[in-house]
Design a binder for this molecule. Structure first.
Ligand SMILES: [Zn+2]
Length: 255
């Protein structure tokens, strides 16, 4: 006979196993229908996929939107915003099967850039276009809707704020936001990658590079900025920085 306390313990464990341990992946939102014409019109990455891959992308977008809440702070969230946030999340990990953003449960959308007090108005300089929340904002991402939309509509710059922030989250998944995404990078490529970052940073600081100078801030920013370039202008990156392109392709592209 199993004592009642043991049964209770098993029951509690089962409850934790099926619910608590996977908190961020619990479907907390209503079923979503993905607006495919919006994807076709606004997400270049999607339009370049083959039919099979497109189906997978749509499913990924749908699952993301069923699991991660998108909240407008000072604006109503439109369907386009939801599609763009989900696309920015899926693009960096599209070829990484079974990926879940376990370190995220909500995206906060602001009309425009915010200041250090998370305001879109006021005198204090507003220069934050996006950030991965920490402290009381842990599990949240803050994004400027203006930057989100610009990232997808401008096809000639090498910038996409939302992709940049999601790459920080992918980087963070191994415990450290350090520019070395262990999840995407096999051990033997870690040292060559660090050497590549240092070499590229030197070129940037000598004004001999077309990579956004924000990349020299630290290795994490280098990864995020380089990934923006890779997803926004792959052909140009391959032409200008073939070795960097090859390493990013190994991380983000088809295995
Ligand atoms: Zn960053």
């Amino acid at each position: 006979m199993i004592p009642f306390v043991l049964l209770l313990a098993i029951g509690l464990f089962a409850y934790w196993f099926f619910t608590g341990r996977n908190k961020t992946a619990v479907k907390n939102l209503e079923p979503v229908t993905v607006d495919i014409p919006l994807l076709e019109k606004n997400v270049l990455f999607y339009t370049k996929l083959n039919e099979e891959e497109k189906k997978v992308f749509i499913t990924d977008v749908k699952e993301f939107l069923e699991e991660i809440k998108i909240t407008g702070v000072d604006i109503p969230v439109e369907e386009l915003d939801r599609i763009l946030v989900a696309s920015a999340a899926i693009i960096p990990i599209f070829y990484f099967k079974q990926w879940k953003y376990r370190n995220l449960y909500e995206v906060l959308l602001y009309s425009d850039a915010i200041n250090m007090d998370f305001e879109t108005t006021g005198n204090e300089e507003r220069n934050i276009l996006g950030m991965v929340g920490t402290g009381s904002f842990d599990g949240k991402m803050l994004l400027s809707r203006h930057a989100l939309r610009l990232g997808f509509s401008n096809k000639t710059d090498k910038q996409n704020t939302a992709i940049h922030e999601f790459v920080h989250l992918v980087d963070k998944a191994d415990g450290e936001t350090d520019g070395i995404p262990n999840i995407l990078l096999d051990k033997q490529y870690v040292l060559p990658w660090i050497n590549m970052i240092q070499e590229q940073m030197q070129h940037i600081s000598r004004n001999k590079s077309d990579i956004n100078p924000y990349a020299i801030m630290n290795k994490a920013e280098f990864l995020a900025v380089a990934a923006e370039y890779f997803f926004e202008r792959p052909a140009l990156l391959e032409d200008k920085h073939p070795q960097l392109y090859a390493m990013l392709k190994d991380m983000f592209d088809k295995p």
